[in-house]
Design a protein around this ligand. Sequence first.
Ligand code: TYD
Ligand code: MG
Length: 458
Amino acid sequence: MAKTTSFFCRECGFESAKWMGQCPACREWNTFVEEPAGGNTRTQHTAGSRSGRTAGPVPSRLSEISASKEERISTGYRELDRVLGGGIVPGSLILVGGDPGIGKSTLLLQVCRSLSAQGKKILYISGEESLRQIRMRADRIGQMGGELLFLCETCLDVIRDVILEQKPETVIIDSIQTMYREEVSSAPGSVSQVRECTNLLMQIAKGEGITVFIVGHVTKEGVVAGPRVLEHMVDTVLYFEGDRHASYRILRGVKNRFGSTNEIGVFEMRQQGLAEVENPSEFMLNGRPRDASGAVVACAMEGTRPILLEVQALVTQSNLGIPRRTAAGTDYNRVNLLMAVLEKRCRLEMGRYDAYVNIAGGMKMNEPALDLSIVLALVSSLKDLPVDEKTVVFGEVGLSGEVRAVSMAEQRVSEAMKLGFECCVLPKICLDKLEKKVYEGKIRLIGVQNVRDAIGIL
Ligand code: TYD
Ligand code: MG
């Protein structure tokens, strides 16, 4: 008797005849789920019909392929356009992933609003919310006009007919986990449903030249098929992330066939929807204390974008045998390592103190360039000496206490200069490579070779 079910990896979609603890393709544990088989029958079928053909396709020479620049449509949001590589490429398939409640629907509704204001016809399909709920959200965001159509539907075969009839320029599918195809027997959100639905959407996007935005939820437990299954099918993958309790949100490009993936867009969740944050550094440094010890401004890179943020440390005498250490927003082990460096190389008795390190503003940053600022924040708090508030610090710290070079020093210094900082402490090797004339009279640059030099400047 033919076997009717197969096992699929929830993460990467790998298919197997038997259950396995670890996926051999993506090496994730406990990701196999049982679903009706059938993924392979379709490919066999197409293979069969192909072999009947007489004239095969002819490959083209690279020089003969027209390289005209593709047209781009602005979303009306510069932060989003940048992540997309300069705007939407018509006919592309864009996946917007993120935790539930992070603001994916809000972002896409705002994009709809801005596109419809440009006179584009848009179809927003929601499988999660009723029309009334969408209306309520739209009212918060503001006036909407133009040809903006809404549909509550989860059967993708019905949706396809509506799309072919209405011929919109942009379609939003919110979310892929709620969609299903009649011919696939497993539940919505399962690996095979998600894959088949995306397949159909891809045919629609490429065949009709319609831009399709797909919303995909990522869950920790992964009960629902993670959007990773569809990452390789779509043109662009964007992840919307951020702390739900903090108001800022970061849109990050993970894959982009039409641009670089080094870019991020920063948004802030407000009462009236998402607002662009054009200058994230200013946003992160808002409400900074003056003349407080233990606070140092650091410069980290998010892709190609420098962001200034405040690193805070609180070092207090410990009452416990084993001192307490915490790190919020940065790597705990890295903080421990840096404290060990201070203890050994600078003869500071960190072992007798509790230490709490925090990146203000709820930002998460693990860049090694933050090392020097963490070290200075710790020492500043330990000695109760405030660091000059107009100083920016960056540099990686090695185990022997040396300050090592970091990438993109020029951009970091320029960002500090742009925001009116007067002094910058950076690795000596980076300083030697910088064109000093540009900065003369605008910002004082101090190169340091090891941690002791840096503490001396304090
Ligand atoms: P939503 O877009 O529904 O998230 P997702 O589609 O990713 O699940 O956004 C949900 C959150 O955003 C919700 O907790 C409320 C908040 N929000 C605002 O703070 N202001 C607003 O104007 C809107 C529309 C939502
Ligand atoms: Mg939503």
